[in-house]
Design a protein around this ligand. Structure first.
Ligand code: HAM
Length: 426
C-alpha cells in the first residue's frame, strides 16, 4: 500500500485554521468590492507566451519559477504565476475595454511559482488582486493602495507599512537604465550579477548581499531622474494618499520582481514575517496592454498574498475567522429523538442558524463533550422522557443554565434564544 503526501511547498488549510484563511481572503476581496471592483474568474493556466511576454523573460518568475508543460495537444501552457497578465488578456479578448473606463476588476485564488519553499514562501500561493484599467489618473493609484490598506486594517492588522516609489515612464526610464548600468559596470561584481546588470539592472539594487550593498552608495536612483510627467504623477499620488489618511514610506530602492511596472509601485511589508515580509504589492503598468496586443491603455493594480497575510494576523495575535463552527448543537438520545432533532436542525438551518448534531448514537456524556468542542452557544438535548412530556432541554453552554422548551415550538424558541444571545454578544 502506498501513502500519499501533498506536493512540496503547498500549504493546506483545514479546520480550524481554514476559517482564518477564508476570513482573510473574504475581507480583502470585500475591500475591493466596496470600491466598485467587479469579480473576474480567470483560467488557472494560460498560453506560456502570455506570461513570458507580459511578466518579462528576464524575471525570476518567468525564467526559473514557472510550472510549464505541454498539454495533450502539444501546446505549451503554464500554471498562472500571477494574475495581471491573465486579466489583461481577458480584457482585450472579451472587449471589456470598449465599455466604461476604468475597467475595475478583482480576482482571487491560487497561483503557482516553483520557488524554494520556506515559511511564508510556497509553490502554490493564494492572492486577492485588483486591476483598474484604461484611465491614467493618480487618484486611481491612490485608490488601489487605499483599498489594500483598508482590507488589512479591517482584519485588525497594524504592523504593516507601505513602501512607495516611482519607476518612471517610457521617457525617463531608458535614460536612467543606461545611467544605472554605467554605474554598475564600474563595480566589482561576480559573473551572475554582471549579467544581471546587462539584462535587468534594477534587480541589482535589490541584492541583499553586504558586499554588493556596500558598493551601492551613491548609486543613481530613478526617483532623482523622473520626467516631469512621471514626477507630477508621483507627487499627485502622494497627495491623494495624504488626503485619504493612508501613511506610507518612500523607498527609492524598491524593486519588484515583475517587469511590467511603470510610475507608481508599492509594497506592503510586515516585519513580523522574517525574510518573506511582502504581504502584498503592485503598481502601475502603462505599457502592458499594448505589449499584449491591446490598446495603449494604462493600468494599475495589486496582488495581496492571502497566506502571508494570515501569517501576519497570527503574529499579531489576531483571532481572524475564529467564529464558532456552529451556534446550536443538537443532542438526541435514542432513535425517536434523533428523528425529531434532525428535522429541528433542518428547519433551523433553513432559518439561517448554524446547527450541528451528534451522530452515531453517542451517549449523553460523549455528545455533550462534542457540543462543547463545537463552540456552540446552545445545546438542545432530547431524550425519550422529554418527548413524552412534549419538551426539549435548551442548555446555555456558556452559563450552564438549562431550561425546558416546548417541542412543538422548539425552532422558534431556539431562534429567539440565538438572536437574543447574538444581540447581547460583545
Ligand atoms: P507579486 O509581488 O509577485 O505581485 O505577488 C503579490 C503577493 O503575493 C506578494 O506580495 C506576496 O504576498 C504573495 N506571494 C508571491 N509569491 C509568493 C509565494 N511564493 N508564497 C507566498 N506568497 C507569495 C504580483 O503577483 C502582481 N501580479 C501584483 C499586481 C497586480 N501588480 C499589479 N497588479
Amino acid at each position: 500500500m502506498s501513502t500519499f503526501t501533498a506536493p512540496k511547498g503547498i500549504p493546506e488549510y483545514y479546520p480550524p485554521e481554514s476559517a482564518g484563511f477564508l476570513a482573510v481572503r473574504d475581507t480583502l476581496a470585500d475591500a475591493a468590492r466596496r470600491a466598485g471592483y467587479g469579480y473576474i474568474e480567470l483560467p488557472l493556466f494560460e498560453d506560456t507566451a502570455l506570461f513570458a511576454r507580459g511578466v518579462g523573460e528576464s524575471t525570476d518568475v518567468v525564467s526559473k519559477e514557472m510550472y510549464t508543460f505541454a498539454d495533450r495537444g502539444g501546446r505549451s501552457v503554464t500554471l498562472r504565476p500571477e494574475g495581471t497578465a491573465g486579466v489583461m488578456r481577458s480584457v482585450i479578448e472579451n472587449g471589456l475595454d470598449r465599455g466604461q473606463l476604468p475597467v475595475k476588476l478583482y480576482y482571487g485564488g491560487a497561483f503557482f511559482r516553483y520557488e524554494r519553499p520556506q515559511a511564508g514562501r510556497y509553490r502554490q500561493l493564494q492572492q486577492v488582486g485588483v486591476e483598474a484599467i484604461g484611465v491614467d489618473d493618480p487618484a486611481l493609484d491612490a485608490e488601489v493602495i487605499a483599498v489594500a490598506d483598508e482590507g488589512y486594517r479591517r482584519l485588525g492588522l497594524t504592523g504593516h507599512r507601505i513602501e512607495l516609489t516611482s519607476l518612471g515612464d517610457e521617457t525617463c526610464r531608458p535614460e536612467y537604465r543606461a545611467r544605472l548600468q554605467e554605474f554598475l559596470r564600474g563595480l566589482s561584481l561576480d559573473e551572475d550579477t554582471r549579467n544581471r546588470v546587462e539584462i535587468n539592472p534594477l534587480r541589482v539594487l535589490d541584492d541583499k548581499r553586504p558586499e554588493v550593498q556596500e558598493q551601492l552608495t551613491g548609486v543613481p536612483l530613478m526617483i532623482d531622474h523622473l520626467s516631469d510627467t512621471a514626477r507630477e504623477h508621483y507627487e499627485a499620488v502622494k497627495a491623494h494618499l495624504a488626503d485619504l489618511g493612508v501613511p506610507f514610506t518612500e523607498n527609492p530602492r524598491l524593486v519588484r520582481g515583475l517587469d511590467y511596472y511603470t510610475k507608481t509601485t508599492f509594497e506592503f511589508v510586515h516585519d513580523g514575517l522574517g525574510s518573506q515580509s511582502g504581504i502584498g504589492g503592485g503598481g502601475r503598468y502603462d505599457g502592458l496592454m499594448a505589449e499584449l496586443g491591446g490598446q495603449e491603455f494604462s493600468g494599475v493594480g495589486f496582488g495581496l498574498g492571502v497566506d502571508r497575510t494570515l501569517l501576519a494576523c497570527r503574529t499579531e495575535g489576531l483571532s481572524v475567522g475564529d467564529q464558532a463552527r456552529c451556534e446550536v448543537y443538537c443532542v438526541p438520545l435514542g432513535e425517536p429523538a434523533k428523528r425529531r432533532l434532525v428535522s429541528v436542525a433542518g428547519a433551523l438551518r433553513a432559518a439561517g442558524v448554524r446547527v450541528d448534531l451528534s451522530y452515531g448514537g453517542k451517549g449523553l456524556k460523549g455528545a455533550m463533550k462534542a457540543a462543547d468542542r463545537s463552540g456552540a452557544r446552545y445545546a438542545v438535548v432530547l431524550g425519550e422522557r422529554d418527548i413524552e412530556e412534549g419538551s426539549a432541554q435548551l442548555k446555555d453552554l456558556g452559563s450552564g443554565e438549562q431550561r425546558p422548551i416546548a417541542l412543538d415550538s422548539a425552532v422558534d424558541e431556539i431562534r429567539a434564544a440565538v438572536s437574543g444571545a447574538s444581540e447581547v454578544a460583545p
